[in-house]
Each structure stands twice: as C-alpha cells, then as structure tokens.
Design a protein around this ligand. Sequence first.
Ligand SMILES: NC(=O)c1ccc[n+]([C@@H]2O[C@H](COP(=O)([O-])OP(=O)(O)OC[C@H]3O[C@@H](n4cnc5c(N)ncnc54)[C@H](OP(=O)(O)O)[C@@H]3O)[C@@H](O)[C@H]2O)c1
Length: 474
Amino acid sequence: MDLADIGVTGLATMGRNLARNLARHGYAVAVHNRTYGRTQQLVKEFGGEGTFVPSEDLAAFVASLKRPRRAIIMVKAGAGTDAVIDQLADLMEPGDMIVDGGNAHFDDTRRREAALRERGLHFVGTGISGGEEGALNGPSIMPGGSKESWEALGPILQDISAKVDGVPCCVHVGPDGAGHFVKMVHNGIEYSDMQLIAESYDLLRQALGATPAELASVFREWNRGELDSYLIEITAEVLDQVDAETGKPFVDVVVDQAEQKGTGRWTVQSALDLGVPVTGIAEATFARALSGHPEQRAAAASLQGPGLSGVGGRELVEDVRQALYASKIVAYAQGFDQMAAASREYGWDLDLGAMATIWRGGCIIRAKFLDRIRAAYDANPALPTLLADPTFAAALDAGQEAWRRVVTTAVQIGVPTPGFSSALAYYDGLRRDRLPAALIQGLRDYFGAHTYRRVDKEGSFHTDWSGDRTEHPA
Ligand SMILES: NC(=O)c1ccc[n+]([C@@H]2O[C@H](COP(=O)([O-])OP(=O)(O)OC[C@H]3O[C@@H](n4cnc5c(N)ncnc54)[C@H](OP(=O)(O)O)[C@@H]3O)[C@@H](O)[C@H]2O)c1
C-alpha cells in the first residue's frame, strides 16, 4: 500500500474540508475519525477529489503515514484534543509531527509542545482561520512549533493556504504557542471589527431612521473605499436579507444576544496579563456579554434616555464611515501591540508585518487595510505603535473631527458606541503629553507610600503626607 503524505484525524466540518483541500492539491491524505462513519462518508462523497487513505483506528492511521509522520488533529478543542494527542504520541516515533489545527489556548499549546519535545516529537499548534469555506478553498494558516517541523510542513501548508497576489497566507509564526496566540489575537480583532460595524449600523439606523436595506447600500458603497473588507461586504448581504416567513428584515427577527465562544475572552485575559490596553477588543467582548443578560436588560428597559432621535442628516453617513476607519486603526494597533508584547514575553521574535500579510486572504478579517499595516512595518520594523505610522497618523488626523461628532451624536441620542468611544479615548490618551496618571501616583503615595518618580531627577520619592509633607528619596 502507498503511504500517505499527511493525515487528518477529526473529520467534522473543518477536518473534512481540510482533508479535501489537501487531496485536491495532490497529497495522499490519511483520514481518521473517532466515529468511523464520518471517515466512510468522506471517502464515499469526495473520494473522487484525490487520494484518501481511510483508517478505522488510530494505530492504522499512524501506520499509513510516510516517515517522518505528519498528522493534523481537527477535533473539538479541550479535553478531546489532549486525549487524541496522547494516543497519537504513543504510536509515533521521534521526529514525527503532531499538528493541532483546532482553536487551542496558546498556554495549552506551550504545555503540550514542551511535553512532546521531551519525547522527541514535534508539536505544531496551528491557527487556522476562515471557517469551513476557508478550510476547503484556502484558509489563513498560522503554524507555531519548531523550525524543523516548519521545514517539513511549511510547503504543504503554504500550498493549501489562501493566496493574495500570489503570496501564501501562511508563514512560520514562531516557536511553541506563537501560532495559536496570533490566531487568538486575530479572533479578538475580528470581535472589535464586528462591534464597530454593528455600532455604525445601529447609530445610522437610530439617528437617520434608515432601513436595513438602505444601510446595506451604505455598506456596499463603503466596501469600494478604504474600508474594503470581507466583513463589510457580508454586512451588506446580511442587512439586505429579508426573512421569508415574516417579510421583515432578517436582522429584526434574530435574537439580539451575541455569543462569545472564548477567543475574545482569552485575548482580553492575555492582554491584562501582558499589560496591553486592547480596549477595542475588550469593549467588543463586554458588549456581547451585555447583550447576553436579558433579565438585566428587561429590568433596565424603563430607564430614561435623552428623548432625542432623528438628529443629523446625510453627512452623518460620511462621519460614521470616518469614525469606523479611525476606530479600526486603533483596534488593530492595539492587537498588534499585544502580539509585540507577547513576542517579547515569550521570546517568539514575531514578524508583525508578516502577520498582516497572512491575514490578507482566507480569514475573516481579510481586508485591503492589512497591506497598509504591512507597509507600516516594512517602513519601520520597530514602530512603537501603528498610530505613529505617517499614513495612519494622517488618516486619524483627517478623520478625527468626524469621529468626535459621531461620538457626540451617539451620546446625545443615547445610542451606545463603546467601540467608537473607547477608541477615541485611547487615541486621545496616547497622544497626550501629560496624563492624570501623575495624580494617581500622588494618591497612591498618600495612602500607601507607594512612592513616585519625578520629571526632573532620577530615583523614587515619598512625601511624608501625615507629617510635615516634606519629600524624601525612597
Ligand atoms: N468551525 C470553524 O469555523 C472553525 C474554524 C477554525 C477552527 N476551528 C476549530 O477546529 C476544530 C474542529 O472544528 P469542527 O467544527 O470541525 O469540529 P467540532 O464540532 O469542534 O468537533 C467535532 C470533532 O471532534 C471529534 N472529537 C470530539 N471529542 C473527541 C475525542 N474525545 N476524541 C476524539 N475525537 C473527538 C469528533 O469526533 P466524532 O465524530 O467521533 O464525534 C468530531 O470529529 C475545533 O477545535 C474548532 O475550534 C473551527
């Protein structure tokens, strides 16, 4: 029997499509699933697309792979993944590679990588973005793990990934958990992108009384300019959709409670650990959490608002477009800061410009905008913040008046825009020469003798607040 080039275990939506993608690219693919029926179904339905080598159990699956073996796990993230890794590791030999393509937490990936390295195996935590469509036709792929494993896997992963301008949306992200970390931040940014889009829709609908179908046209128009992206494109599609049963706009028949499956929360938790303000992602995550508390919302429904609506004319549309673009720059700047901080903390040596490149196709946040981020890091790889890049700084400057008008309008008519508002507050905070953190330091020294530094000399100081209020070196 000919041995397979690579294997996939876990053949639900994602695994099945990834296996088909590999087979369509000419690789002989070993396939396995805990429940054999799924394996049989794949071969029956799609066997004609390429070479599949089905196995009923994991031992046969491993035996059907060429050495060094390359096995991709696409099972439900969590305990299931650990179980499958353990079984595979027992069947494999030093030099073999286990790829986890599920949505694992990067800390789990670091732990698993270290444990398998001890046994001479390569563990490659790999972020895969693009949902079922991407898995089949070309996802954005973010592999971590060792350089040796990248040499053996990289060409295959690049081959099946999305391509933009002929460039694969897949690079070796960095060691151990780097791939899953970058995928996590990608998802966090996706949260904030969607929140900003939702705020744009909500504000325009409330302020102008526009219908979802009219707003679909607005988003379609926006998609022809600097906001050109997959999410703006599909927003127009969703807003245009009419519910067949009631004839109402689709958005009006959907329960207004958004799920947050974990990666947004993980991104914020990690940002807190790293001390990086990702306010855009945090506000997006909390906005979903707020939507998911119907009992509190019902209890608060009688609270009074400003009693204003129908403010603003057609010019508000252009203002919101500019506010959306400016807030998006901030959200991405924060996400890239988080990756930079993690790179320093974990010694990953991430190439931030390359991360922008691999998100240009295949994944949910794919957008023209990412080319501008790539260009910013090409011009200055040590850029302290994307906001300081001359192109983005000019865009923020050009949009800031509109941005302020939008936040003001939203506040006046009582439409919540936490994404726009927090992004503007971040922009204003970062650009300030003096922040009120000086007062906070004074208060901390007063009640807790936490000491402070001075602007005019080196060292730490404490003021004797309860005594004669003289200052002493700490
Ligand atoms: N759906 C997406 O858009 C998307 C995008 C990116 C990444 N991912 C990630 O990709 C992975 C697969 O996603 P999915 O939606 O295709 O599948 P899923 O619904 O998350 O998981 C179902 C698969 O996991 C297997 N499984 C569950 N527990 C197992 C265990 N203890 N031992 C062995 N196999 C077990 C199931 O086998 P049985 O058939 O035997 O039940 C089935 O093949 C997940 O980690 C997911 O987070 C998903």
